[in-house]
Design a protein around this ligand. Structure first.
Ligand SMILES: Nc1ncnc2c1ncn2[C@@H]1O[C@H](COP(=O)(O)OP(=O)(O)O)[C@@H](O)[C@H]1O
Ligand SMILES: [Mg+2]
Length: 268
């Protein structure tokens, strides 16, 4: 297996390529954090990105969303979007979450969801998930859509009127993904969604991600929890010291000697 495979072009069951990145390179001063990284993701697919701390995984998302100066090219739905700004990419359905939760801390969980709904109505991005509310302009309709969004992500009604900081941490992580998704994304980039989770919370997150995959969504998931990512990802990209070390199915990655070497013998 050649670790430096360019965009694979492979298709799964006729699924279409949604996002392709080519030769992404990120440099912070003298430090090359990411070098020539290329991958693609299709609808109904979860692409996992793994690698040790400091490998360049988050920098990769920053480059994809044009949040950092970088080299390389990005294609969304076959169109080059390399020079589009972060919010323009979000308007086109390319959304990301961050390693740390970020909410409107003074707004309730439901109000946070309402603001995500309004954000999407204002950009005209809406999907079948909320088709009945596509024309909605009233706050009540937006609240109903927001409740449905939270329900879909398994965020119980008892939390809707609480502040995000007051709800359990596991629910906060689900809320982060829900807000990024809004009324529908084409590609979700999730940066360590299971950070700090264990047991039941992780299982619930896995179920939500698998549910999203069934909704014509492409997911790219950076994750440290190997059990989780190996069980949900269709393909994995391994980044080490800024470079793509290996790519393949979870089974191929688990067998790869270079992957084992990069993880073993290091304090992780
Ligand atoms: N804004 C920044 N300025 C300077 N160096 C950075 C910045 N962000 C990340 N780095 C460095 O770039 C490297 C890759 O970081 P990062 O992309 O966050 O890795 P990962 O997400 O895989 O842990 C690390 O050495 C990190 O210290
Ligand atoms: Mg990171």
């Amino acid at each position: 297996m050649d670790g430096r495979v360019a965009s694979s072009g492979q298709t799964r069951h006729g699924a279409s390529e949604v996002l392709r990145v080519e030769a992404l390179t990120v440099q912070y001063g003298a430090l090359v954090a990411l070098r020539d990284v290329s991958w693609s993701v299709h609808t109904d697919e979860i692409l996992g990105i793994i690698g040790p701390n400091g490998a360049g995984k988050s920098s990769c998302f920053a480059a994809v969303t044009n949040a950092v100066t970088h080299l390389g090219r990005t294609f969304l739905g076959g169109n080059e979007v390399s020079t589009l700004r972060t919010f323009e990419l979000a308007d086109r359905g390319l959304r990301r979450t961050f390693q740390q939760n970020s909410f409107f801390g003074e707004l309730t969980v439901l109000q946070n969801a309402v603001s995500a709904i309004f954000r999407d109505f204002s950009t005209g991005l809406a999907t079948s998930l909320f088709a009945p509310w596509r024309e909605a302009t009233t706050r009540r309709a937006a609240e109903t859509a927001a409740e449905q969004l939270l329900d879909f992500f398994g965020i119980a009604r008892q939390y809707h009127d609480q502040l995000p900081g007051d709800i359990p941490y596991g629910v906060q992580r689900l809320l982060s993904v829900a807000l990024a998704y809004g009324t529908g994304a084409k590609v979700l980039l999730l940066d360590e969604p299971a950070a700090g989770l264990s047991g039941g919370d992780m299982k619930q997150l896995a179920e939500v991600l698998i549910g999203l995959r069934k909704r014509n969504l492409a997911l790219v998931v950076i994750e440290h929890h190997m059990d989780l990512i190996m069980s949900i990802a269709d393909r994995i990209v391994m980044i080490d010291q800024g470079a793509m070390l290996a790519t393949g199915t979870p089974a191929e990655i688990q067998r790869d000697a270079r992957v084992r070497e990069a993880y073993l013998g290091r304090d992780e």
